[in-house]
Design a protein around this ligand. Structure first.
Ligand SMILES: [Zn+2]
Length: 344
């Protein structure tokens, strides 16, 4: 049996790749004057990378807050539905069955997620509305403070010491009651712990990196990794915060993050949350790029892992580094599928 590496990549990717964090709705919203953006600008890369499921994250930029958070979130969802309706290649999926059907029909499943509950304001009823619209995973905060809690900052320490607000606790309870997956990406350490103490279902961390290699609150400590593992959750590895140093921001170091999580809590708890952002970053004027670097950190994009067509590079490198077929398939899709099956 001398299967070539190309054949092996082909075979492992054939069942699809799941990326649980992509800022797609925000880009569709900014391009709302155009049509068929999903088909013309995104589909070729998704197909080249065998992408089968995407977490499409509603995120509201500071410039729309506080007045227009709800409106922009609804418009982002409207663009997702309109663009999906105009294409035969995508389906918005709200449960495991729909995700499976989508795959069997050769479509890419979009699972709508929310990064920061700013669109809800302080109104729990809005959570029900977004659930009905298809939102199936929610991270309570981005890096900032909102009505639910505080985000972890882009420094080793310094975010507020307190956890969730009373509203944040209500959101966490209501997510579990409705069947919305709770996403622990971005929340500050106190909020992270509090969410786990008041919920019972497996949590996810849709897109993060390990603090061992990039020590900022926004990333996840060994202790936090163990907490997710104990609850049977899954952690998606982010491609843009693998190292504070540009020269260390490589595909191999991305895999080091996967390995570190697998060593701590097992291969069943690690997946992908690429957070590809370069395509948005390069649309910005230099002044805005600098603003982002000042507010958070300068993102170091991995040259051969910058968009979804590069997923093949990851599969190849996992094989070269000795991951078994079964382990590669768990990282690429099976672990996220288990979560969907269990929670959606
Ligand atoms: Zn994020």
């Amino acid at each position: 049996m001398n299967e070539s590496i190309e054949r092996r990549i082909e075979r492992l990717q054939a069942g699809g790749i799941i990326d649980m964090h992509f800022d797609l709705p925000m880009d569709l919203y900014e391009k709302r004057g155009r049509r068929d953006v999903l088909e013309t600008e995104f589909l070729p890369e998704f197909q080249a990378g065998n992408i089968s499921v995407l977490g499409a994250a509603i995120y509201i930029e500071d410039r729309y807050l506080p007045q227009n958070g709800l409106r922009v979130a609804l418009d982002q969802i409207a663009r997702l539905y309109a663009e999906t309706a105009a294409s035969r290649r995508f389906a918005i999926c709200k449960n495991y069955r729909e995700i499976q059907d989508s795959g069997e029909a050769g479509k890419i499943a979009l699972v709508i997620t929310m990064e920061g509950v700013e669109p809800l304001g302080t109104d729990l009823n809005q959570l029900r509305v977004f659930y009905e619209l298809g939102v199936r995973a929610i991270g309570l905060t981005h890096a900032r403070t909102n009505s639910a809690g505080h985000g972890g900052i882009f420094a080793p320490s310094g975010s507020p010491a307190e956890g969730l607000t009373p509203f944040g606790r209500e959101v966490a309870h209501e997510c579990e009651a409705l069947g919305v997956i709770i996403d622990l990406a971005h929340i500050n350490p106190a909020g992270f712990e509090e969410i786990l103490s008041i919920t019972t279902k497996p949590p996810i961390v849709s897109h993060t990196n390990v603090r061992r290699y990039y020590n900022i609150e926004r990333n996840i400590s060994d202790e936090q990794i163990r907490m997710v593992g104990e609850r049977g959750g899954v952690i998606g590895v982010n491609s843009i915060l693998v190292s504070p140093r540009e020269e260390e921001s490589t595909l191999d170091h991305y895999i080091d993050h996967i390995e570190h999580i697998a060593e701590l809590i097992g291969i069943d708890s690690v997946g992908i949350g690429f957070d590809f952002f370069e395509f948005i970053f390069r649309q910005w004027p230099e002044s805005r790029q600098k603003e982002l670097a000042a507010k958070f950190t300068k993102p170091h994009f991995i040259p051969d892992l910058t968009n979804h067509s590069h997923a093949r590079n990851l599969t190849r490198r996992l094989i070269e580094r000795g991951f078994s077929d079964a382990d590669v398939e768990k990282i690429l899709r099976r672990n996220w599928l288990r979560i969907f099956k269990e929670l959606l």
